[in-house]
Design a protein around this ligand. Structure first.
Ligand code: NAI
Ligand code: AKG
Length: 428
């Protein structure tokens, strides 16, 4: 968690605020403020040098009233139970806002994956499954990738689960590689989903995407495809992306006034998301401090790295040119920054709506696994666009009807759906 903000306190504050607006029953609030189940465990891994190292792992299942818990597994050295709790809670709202029949879960391991060999990574993720096997599965809880985890890791985890169960079970996990039970379109799903919501927001704001520019924080899975989509789907210009440099242990912004080329930058990015500065410089990029992305004279900001990046210190740096913030990351904006942004009339597409494309295609992946019949990339993109556009429309309608901002409106849509499922199941 970046800065001093606690992500779970932030998730609870956001929820409490909307629960108050909705005059939600205090007992229902108490159910939804906390995860229903939490797992904290230690995973022994035999390292390449023969020693055994213990890794701290987590899985949090926030609410499964609408269906099996769903959500990624994050590998990060600063992972905490509270970050995982927050991310699991946001997954409940995310699945509800795009109206897919799933609940909210999230997992994590305290580790910097860049410090592990391929074999160590494989043994670590298999160990995670060995410990969690009784409490995950296609009808209980379906993991997926998040920061620091990859499609290949999902493939190993699916294999471990299938071996333990004695039957091929691809629907245990999503984000698997193509040819190994994965779905076409999952890799670009979150970034493209961000762009579909940006397109809808621009229609609402009467902005011409071809005349718009964007600054993006991050250059991992979400940021890369958000950058590609902003340029190739919308016809706009992206002036910068940023990344964490694992060698220098600091972040940098890669800026080009006439527009970056994300496909070129991807070709000079290593598997951990660090962009080669020398090659970028030679290709005309200005290498700036990691905090510079937010100070650009652009129309759109897309935070797509970690939580708490737009906070009381950084929100005042946002330029007057910015009309739209599309939250690719989970929890990138603190409540203090929300107040600043809203007082300036900047339109926000809130995280659990904006970045719901990933879990939506994960759901499509699980559906295809169940059918054992696979869709084309075009079919997946079309279905994703439909889902994201419908979800954006439902949240915008709520925002206009209730005269609330888009974050509160997204919570209102999502909470109503989860509460209804709890009522129908007789929980409340
Ligand atoms: N991958 C997915 O399908 C989804 C991811 N998300 C969220 O999107 C965000 C990004 O996730 P991914 O792209 O999957 O992760 P990733 O691991 O592929 O990329 C993370 C990126 O953030 C950069 N980064 C880390 N710290 C930074 C800093 N201080 N300044 C600038 N850049 C920094 C890294 O260099 C890397 O480029 C996270 O909040 C994640 O939870 C949300 C929905 C789905
Ligand atoms: O694809 C998924 O199931 C979950 C992705 C995820 O972890 C997220 O949306 O934050």
């Amino acid at each position: 968690m970046a800065g001093t903000t606690n992500a779970f306190e932030m998730a609870q504050r956001q929820f409490d605020h909307v629960a108050e607006l909705l005059k939600l029953d205090p007992q229902v609030r108490e159910i939804l403020r906390w995860p229903l189940r939490e797992f904290s465990f230690r995973i022994p891994v035999k390292m390449d040098d023969g020693t055994i190292r213990m890794f701290q792992g987590f899985r949090v299942q926030h609410n499964d009233a609408r269906g099996p818990n769903k959500g990624g597994i994050r590998f990060h050295p600063a992972e905490t139970i509270d970050t995982v709790r927050a991310l699991a809670t946001w997954m409940t709202w995310k699945c509800a806002v795009v109206d897919i029949p799933l609940g909210g879960g999230k997992g994590g391991v305290i580790v910097d994956p860049a410090t592990l060999s391929t074999g160590e990574k494989e043994r670590l993720v298999r160990g995670w499954v060995d410990i969690m096997v009784r409490n995950v599965g296609p009808r209980q809880d379906v993991p997926a990738p998040d920061v620091g985890t990859t499609g290949q890791m999902m493939g190993w985890m699916m294999d471990e689960y299938s071996k333990l169960k004695g039957e091929y079970t691809p629907g245990f996990i999503t984000g698997k590689p193509l040819g190994g039970g994965g779905s076409e379109g999952r890799t670009e799903a979150t970034g493209f989903g961000v762009i579909y919501t940006v397109r809808e927001a621009m229609k609402h704001l009467k902005l011409d995407p071809k005349k718009c520019s964007a600054a993006i924080q991050g250059f991992g899975n979400v940021a890369q495809y958000a950058a590609i989509g902003f340029i190739e789907i919308l016809g706009g210009k992206v002036v910068c992306v940023s990344c964490w440099d694992r060698i220098d242990k600091t972040s940098y912004t890669f800026y080009k006034a006439d527009g970056i080329d994300p496909r070129y930058l991807m070709s000079i990015t290593d598997q951990y998301g660090t962009i080669d500065k020398e090659k970028a410089k030679a290709a005309g990029y200005k290498i700036e401090d990691g905090g510079e992305w937010i100070k650009k004279d652009v129309d759109v900001l897309i935070p797509a790295a970690l939580e708490g990046q737009i906070n009381a210190d950084t929100a005042p740096l946002i330029r007057p040119s910015v009309k739209l913030i599309a939250e690719g990351a989970n929890g990138p904006t603190t409540p203090e920054a929300d107040t600043i942004i809203q007082s300036r009339g900047i339109f926000q597409v809130p995280d659990f709506l904006c970045n719901a494309g990933g879990v939506t295609v994960s759901y499509f992946e699980a559906v295809q696994n169940d059918m054992n019949f696979y869709w084309t990339k075009e079919e997946v993109h079309d279905k994703l666009d439909t889902k994201m556009t419908q979800a954006f429309g439902a949240v915008l309608d709520m925002s206009l009807k209730e005269k609330v901002n888009m974050r509160d409106a997204a919570y209102m849509v999502a909470i109503a759906r989860v509460v209804k499922a709890m009522e129908l199941r007789g929980w409340i």
